[in-house]
Every structure is written in C-alpha cells, then in structure tokens.
Design a protein around this ligand. Structure first.
Ligand SMILES: NC(=O)c1ccc[n+]([C@@H]2O[C@H](COP(=O)([O-])OP(=O)(O)OC[C@H]3O[C@@H](n4cnc5c(N)ncnc54)[C@H](O)[C@@H]3O)[C@@H](O)[C@H]2O)c1
Length: 437
C-alpha cells in the first residue's frame, strides 16, 4: 500500500519504518526541516534501539523516504497517518494545534479519497471534529479513523512489530478492512485486531495510560508507607505480585513516572472530566502522588546533608525518563536537577543517550561526563534516577575510591542494601528500611 505518515517523531518514525519493513511504500512527512535532513542523510534524530538499521535498509530498498512537502508527500497515498505531538497546554488539556494545522493543510491539498488515521493520542471526540473540519473545507471524501498507539519508547520497534493488540475506531466497516490488511503482517500470532467506534478507541488509549500510571502511583504510595513503618517494599512487592490478579508488571517503586505520555494523558483525562463536570478523584490522586514522588529523592538528599547541601557536588546517573531512550520530556531526573541547582549544588551528570537533549536545556550549568565512573570523581554522593542496565552491577570498589563521601541515593532500587552496607556505603532507596538511615 502507499502510505504517508505526518509527524516523524518517536511514534511516526517507528510507524513509518515498520510499515515500510512489511513491504509498503512509505513517505514520512515533517515540518521540521532539520529532522528531515538528518533522516534523509541516513541518520536518526532520536535514539531508539534497533531503529537505525531498519530505516537504513528500507531507504536503501526505496520503500521509505522523507520530505517536508506535505502536498507532494500525500499525493499518491491511500492511507495518511497523523502522528504529530499533542502536548499538554497550560490548563492540562491536550494541545491540538498541530492536529488542526495538519487537517487544514490536508484539506487544501487533497486530490482524491483517502483514509486518514489519527495515531496521535487525542481527546475523545477529536476524530469527529477532524472529520467535520475536513468536510467543511474540502469536497474530497475522507474516512477519518482512530488507531491509538501503544508502543513503549526503548522497545518501540518490537512493540510495533508484535503488538499485544491493534485498536481501530471506524465509522464504516470497509475502513476497518483496509486497516486490517495493513496490520495483518503484524498480527500473525493471533494478536487481536479490535474494531470499535472512534470515541471508544480514543478513550481506550487514555484508559490504558491512566491504568498504568495508577499502578505506579499505587506502588510508590505503598513504598513511602513501608519506609516509615519499617517494612521493605521489595518484599511486599514480591508478596503481592505472585497473586495472579495483581501480577508484577508496573509495580516497581521509583522516583515517579515521567515521559511524554503518562503525565500528559492523565492530565488530559482529568481535564476532559472537569469540562463535563464529572469527578476524576482517582486520576487527580494519581497525578498528585506522582508530583510528590518526583521530590522524594531530593528530600532524602536534603535530609542527609542538612545545611551543608549547598557546598556539595553530586553525581547523577540517568537523565532520560526511562532506560533505552534519549527522551527527557517530563523526566523525573529534571525535577531533581532543578531542585538541586536551586540549592546551589554542583552536578556531574551521566546518561548513555540523553545528554545532548539535557545539554540543550541546561547548557553549562551541569558537568557532562561520558562515563558513569567519571561522574563520581570528586563527588560527595551519587543519585540514580534512571535504571539503565549498565548501572545495575557497578564495581563498588571503584565507586568507593572515586566518591568523596560514600553515599548513594537510589531512586530505582537497583542494589541490595546489605551489599552496599558491607561496602561501607550509606544507602538510601525507595521504600526500603536501611539500617542507619
Ligand atoms: N512517544 C510515545 O511513546 C508515544 C506512545 C504512544 C502514543 N504517543 C502519542 O503519539 C503522538 C506523537 O508522539 P511523539 O512522541 O512521536 O511526538 P514527537 O514530538 O516526538 O513527534 C511529533 C512530530 O510531529 C511533527 N509535527 C508537528 N506539527 C506538524 C505539522 N503541522 N506538520 C508536520 N509535522 C508536524 C514534529 O515536528 C515532530 O517531529 C502524541 O499524540 C503522543 O501522545 C506517543
């Protein structure tokens, strides 16, 4: 099939590449000329494991190309995907300005009938509004369908290639058939292709993210209680996770959830409820717990150093909002950096992939270290915010030698408190009772 994808960010680029990989003829369109230039030179504007090789192969085999020219890009496409950003606005509502801008541009340039698929996460009712907006501006027949995306950054290619399910919201069954044909190569292991109304599909995406965010805030609240009551959240987590009704997934306590989806989607859903005068008490609590959790590590640091904090130098490992991505949107690490900088703390930071994005915001207010151990040199302690695999088994002997004071503030519970105590470290984790702290 001939496909156009508008928006070549984390979702659009993965979608474009995976659809090209299954044999379609795909063009990725973006208004950001520098992004298109990078892609056309065979490089990636983002870090996503496994993606570069696929982009390069599909470009070589002429199934994938990129352009800034929307009119030309959509001309021969049968299906046009929208994967532009829908960031939170001032009031928490999803900012749909990119969706409207693209809809208007499409209306101007459409020459023949198309299926328009909204992959961006959009408030319930947006598909209908896009269809009405197009109908008011063009005579060309357009079917507007919803196809929310569930991929995880860091495992996006795998998630797209082997989805747990594909959700489609359509008004006409014929449109579902076209999309089923497109997705069939990814559903060979009997993965479900779920067809529903656009409204239900739009809501499915918000409900999924709200549920996952709820699990994280739940376990974080339990962790904070454990810590004060002398229990260990890791034991409690194991104790509940073996219950099949509860399970282990998304029940890891930490420094709060971040990223471009959970915080914004929880806020957008709260806003939708508010604008209908409906209660969203659970969502509000989930959001509030998370805002508090993003300060937990800072409070431990503040308590440890007391009034001497301003004179300290701290190392920070992990800046991306989660491992295996360079995405720092709403990352808990940034909340910690801001709080520490406001106290006058000197910071030596390391992240395997996210440092260019962090540098673009913080400039020379931070010292950027290429290696994790390099960040420890002359530091009075280490804070860990993102659980990159390479932080899990460090050489504690080297760390002992490099750190001026042997103290670790672990926002992801990577280590065994007993091991750390044995190596002479003061160790602060999340929801774990550690002798002496
Ligand atoms: N990132 C994720 O993990 C994820 C997962 C599921 C769903 N989503 C949703 O998918 C959507 C996209 O997310 P993302 O993380 O890929 O965003 P992103 O910011 O990485 O990418 C959006 C892209 O759209 C482009 N764009 C904006 N306006 C445009 C226009 N008028 N014409 C052409 N291009 C335009 C931007 O330049 C950018 O490259 C959002 O609605 C998000 O909520 C994201």
């Amino acid at each position: 099939m001939k496909i156009a994808i508008i928006g070549t960010g984390y979702v659009g680029l993965v979608t474009a590449t995976c659809l090209a990989e299954s044999g379609n003829d795909v063009v990725g369109i973006d208004k950001d000329a520098s992004k298109i230039q990078v892609l056309e030179s065979g490089r990636l504007p983002i870090y996503e494991p496994g993606l570069l090789e696929l982009v390069q192969r599909n470009r070589r085999e002429s199934r994938l190309r990129f352009t800034t020219d929307l009119a030309e890009g959509i001309r021969s496409a049968q299906i046009v995907f929208l994967a532009v950003g829908t960031p939170p606005g001032q009031d928490g509502a999803a900012d749909l300005s990119s969706i409207w801008a693209v809809a208007d541009a499409l209306a101007e340039h459409l020459e023949g009938p198309k299926v328009l698929v909204l992959k961006s996460t959009v408030p319930v009712g947006t598909n209908r509004q896009v269809a009405e907006r197009l109908a008011a501006r063009t005579q060309v027949a357009v079917d507007v369908a919803s196809n929310p995306e569930f991929l995880k950054e860091g495992a996006a290619v795998d998630d797209f290639m082997k989805p747990d399910r594909v959700v489609i919201g359509v008004r006409r069954p014929q449109v579902a058939e076209v999309l089923h044909e497109l997705y069939a190569p990814f559903l060979r292991t009997e993965r479900p292709f779920l067809v529903m109304s656009p409204e239900s599909a739009e809501m499915t995406k918000y409900a999924a993210n709200a549920m996952l965010a709820t699990k994280i805030s739940f376990i974080n609240e339990m962790a904070n209680l454990c810590e004060r009551m002398g229990a260990d959240i890791n034991d409690v987590r194991r104790g509940i996770g073996h219950d099949a009704r509860i399970g282990f997934q998304f029940l890891f306590p930490g420094a709060g959830f971040g990223g471009s989806c959970f915080p914004k989607d929880v806020q957008a859903l709260m806003y939708m409820a508010r604008s209908l005068d409906l209660p969203a008490e659970l969502l509000e609590a989930v959001y509030r717990v998370n805002e508090g959790q993003k300060r937990v590590l800072f409070r431990k640091i503040q308590k440890h150093y007391g009034s001497g904090l301003a004179d300290k130098t701290l190392a920070v490992w992990g800046l991306a909002f989660k491992p295996r991505t360079d995405d720092i949107r709403d990352a808990p690490a940034l909340a910690l950096l801001d709080a520490l900088l406001a106290e006058g703390v000197q910071l030596r930071v390391h992240d395997p992939e996210a440092m260019p994005n962090v540098r673009a915001i913080y400039g020379d207010r931070l010292v950027y270290c290429d290696r994790p151990y390099g960040a420890l040199e002359g530091a009075d302690g280490l804070a860990i915010v993102t659980e990159w695999q390479e932080f899990r088994n460090p050489d504690f002997e080297i760390m002992r030698r490099l750190l001026r004071e042997r103290v670790i503030f672990d926002g992801r519970n990577l280590y065994e408190p007993k091991t750390l105590a044995g190596c002479g470290f003061a160790y602060y984790a999340i929801g774990r009772k550690v002798e002496g702290n």
